[in-house]
Write a protein that binds this ligand. Sequence first.
Ligand code: COA
Ligand code: AMP
Length: 629
Amino acid sequence: MSYQDIYTRSMEDPDGFWGDAAAEIDWYKPWDKVLDDSNKPFYRWFQGGELNTCYNAVDRHVENGRGDQAALIYDSPVTGTQKTFTYRELQDEVAGFAGALAASGVTKGDRVIVYMPMIPQAAIAMLACARIGAIHSVVFGGFAAKELATRIDDAKPRAIVSATCGIEGKRVIEYKPLLDQAVDLSTHKPNNIFMFKRLQAEASMQAGRDLDWDESVAAASPADCVPVAATDPLYILYTSGTTGIPKGVVRDNGGHAVALKWTMKNIYNVEPGDVYWAASDVGWVVGHSYIVYGPLLHGATTIMFEGKPVGTPDPGAFWRVISEHNVKVMFTAPTAFRAIKRDDPEAEYLKKYDMSKFEALFLAGERCDPDTLAWAQNTLKVPVVDHWWQTETGWGIAANCLGIEELPIKAGSPTVCVPGYDVRILDENGNEEKAGEIGRIMVKLPMPPGCLPTLWQNDDRFVESYLSAQEGYYLTGDAGYKDEDGYLWIMSRIDDIINVAGHRLSTGGMEEVLASHPDVAECAVIGVADQLKGELPVGLVVLKAGAGRDGEELVGELVALVRQKIGPVAAFKKVTVVDRLPKTRSGKILRGTMKKIADGQEFNMPATIDDPVILDEITEALIRIGYAK
Ligand code: COA
Ligand code: AMP
């Protein structure tokens, strides 16, 4: 069937479409209803059904003859190690750790925070939670203790699972001091902290609370899979909102398993037994969906890569992994390819490797600039597919679905709506824009299975953030247009979210940190274009009268403060002191205009600006830190 036929069926007969897809998942009890729309605007998929996500991702493959196939390959250039887990070995590891969690009292519905580097135990911990019906919440290792504490207070975990360290290139980052600090800062206290001991670092353990991973597993009996409702949460993943308080995106068990399994063949054209590699981090949604759940639900082999595209040890790292492990399809963010292109523009390293098994590259996380797309296409000579999605959806909203029909690629567009998504471009009055006209990108409800049913214990914020802009629609937060051929073009965010090296960050959150400095009167953070990372945050601060501070010294303190409060992942390094910020007469800071100035773009003088002269001062300040040229 053509893409168009399949897409049309998904729109006209969602129950039939997703009901068929659900037959690919093993259920303890079939659903009563495919789509339950009895409580709009909340929709639930596979109401009444019972399953276990871990069973579907691990055990059933062992039962169906894949026990000796590689399930997970750990490839770690930073430690110089590699280890393959077959499905049978993964089952043993997961059941073992699930037993340890259960023995500590973790049970169905309890939350478990996973704060782990890119080691197999991260996936094992996630699957172990799924096995016993506990809800995991993975926190990215690049976040600071305060961010971790915020998530501890929101999720209220019974246990935290961590490792003694992460490794960033050549740097060993000890996790335990960060964890202890986060638990000190948080109001909620977990009962236990499980620590996986890595060779590179030790951890001081608090008797009674902290447990050694290996010892706990040895002392417990393996735990079996428990049935959970399709609508029960599998995980919570916090993502940047427009304030410093992150949003706890909830993922259910049933819709998620059905949707992800479906995407593996239909979007990525991967078959069970193929090797699939998402070079991301388990702390991000890409890591949840395509390092752990998607490939494993499909019976494919997944790769967990503890390294970087460059510097571990060279810009040939990706090609080495692809050729050594026979990767068929890879998924990463454009920023990774910009890093490789910067260090090895002629792709000399590629000549060392046999890439004959490699069939397609998928990119997401940020807009893929046409230069990067062309470089990847010319270098790899396989289809390079830009696809668009977000933490909230958990899988692609727009893509070139290679497993259905390869459509012509238009550089700069993530192609067309994936079956299941009814994407519309709406103006402020809720009317649909004509082809080519930019508007708010919205998805007509219901969203397909796997998309967030709500925010963790916060239905009101869910409705307010996503469903209240236009009745009957989900607000993606992106602006863009559809062209005459129905291709989507994602142009910008309509809120304060920026994408730094494919990492989603809130400039509002950074402003809150800067404003907390005693000498700062007011501030603005804008996302400025960056050749490597796509965007970088730049701060502009106005000092309090009589602060009497040397600008340089303050800049250092502000950079350190953001690193300490949000984490190194914010990549906040540029800040400049100004006398005033440009505002409208009603007092709104003109961040968009400052961004244009910083990027060296043309801009129209805002009609409502309070004092145009300020823009000259801003330009000078930005030039001093290397922008506005
Ligand atoms: N734990 C601790 N610190 C971390 C971390 C982690 N898990 N991940 C990143 N950091 C730190 C980095 O070491 C860096 O610290 P520094 O300021 O001391 O140098 C900082 O956070 C910023 O990290 P990053 O933005 O990743 O920059 P980088 O210069 O280390 O690497 C790239 C740049 C492009 C190579 C890198 O971002 C990359 O590989 N991106 C791939 C895309 C990706 O994974 N996207 C996720 C969504 S698909
Ligand atoms: P995250 O939730 O971290 O996955 O970030 C989601 C946001 O990243 C989206 O709302 C977009 O703003 C941006 N994004 C992700 N993929 C793409 C893409 N292919 N093209 C343009 N923007 C993208």
